[in-house]
Design a protein. Structure first.
Lengths: 147, 96
């Protein structure tokens, strides 16, 4: 897959194989299902986080995933995906959810402690998807995000 | 008259003490969020300079957590909500 910045301040993803598309489709699958609730559990009861904030966070996070799923499906027809500047944060958030989901499932920890060839196959695939997502995030951060 | 006034004064004092207690916004380290992203989120939410945000981000990374802001509970909750929206692990704790 090629990831390139565009002249309009976005980036373009050009998958080169079915495997590339499969990884992009896995973003929503890998995403942490209970992220909003998990963050909410960090708060005390007095804050009423579960009732007041968690529902909004769930909507916010699922909106990021819905956007990416739609963009990947539409991109498949054109053999490329363009991420405009204004959609950079949605993509970054969805990729982050996927990486948090993988971390929650496999507990990779710090990257320097990982030896991919020593992992079980499913875990190794998860690790490699996580690295792939992180690479796109890094490009988004360098060229697209304004935060 | 005095017997009635005394508890009222005490209650007001206690209330003032309670509302005046600062709350800390604490950000936790995690192995997923990119360090540069954490620094940028701190700059955006709290209006920190890059230098200050990077200093706090490194404290989070090296110590496992860091207090990034202290003040009233309501505002602290607002900040934590924004941090959670950015997928950072954060909470509130009463300042000691």
């Amino acid at each position: 897959m090629t990831v390139m910045p565009t002249i309009n301040g976005g980036i373009k993803l050009t998958p080169e194989s079915d495997k590339d598309w499969a990884v992009l489709k896995a973003i929503a699958f890998d995403a942490h299902e209970e992220l909003a609730a998990r963050l909410g559990r960090l708060m005390d009861e007095e804050s009423m986080w579960e009732d007041i904030v968690v529902p909004d966070l769930k909507t916010h996070f699922s909106g990021q995933l819905d956007h990416v799923v739609k963009a990947v499906n539409e991109g498949k027809e054109k053999d490329e995906i363009t991420i405009p500047k204004e959609e950079g944060e949605l993509w970054y958030g969805a990729l982050n959810q996927a990486r948090l989901g993988l971390e929650s499932k496999y507990h990779f920890g710090q990257e320097e402690d990982i030896e991919p060839d020593e992992l079980e196959e499913e875990e190794r695939q998860g690790y490699l998807r996580g690295r792939f997502y992180c690479t796109i995030q890094t490009v988004l951060m360098e060229y697209v995000l304004e935060i | 008259m005095n017997a009635v006034d005394a508890p009222v004064r005490e209650s007001v004092t206690k209330k003032k003490e309670k509302t005046a207690t600062p709350w800390n916004v604490v950000v936790f380290d995690d192995p997923v969020n990119i360090m540069e992203y954490v620094a940028r989120v701190l700059m955006r939410i709290f209006g920190f300079s890059r230098e200050k945000a990077e200093e706090l981000m490194l404290m989070v990374h090296q110590n496992g957590k860091a207090v990034v802001w202290s003040g009233g509970r309501e505002k602290a909750e607002m900040y934590v909500q924004e941090l959670h929206g950015s997928q950072l692990h954060a909470t509130l704790e009463k300042s000691s």
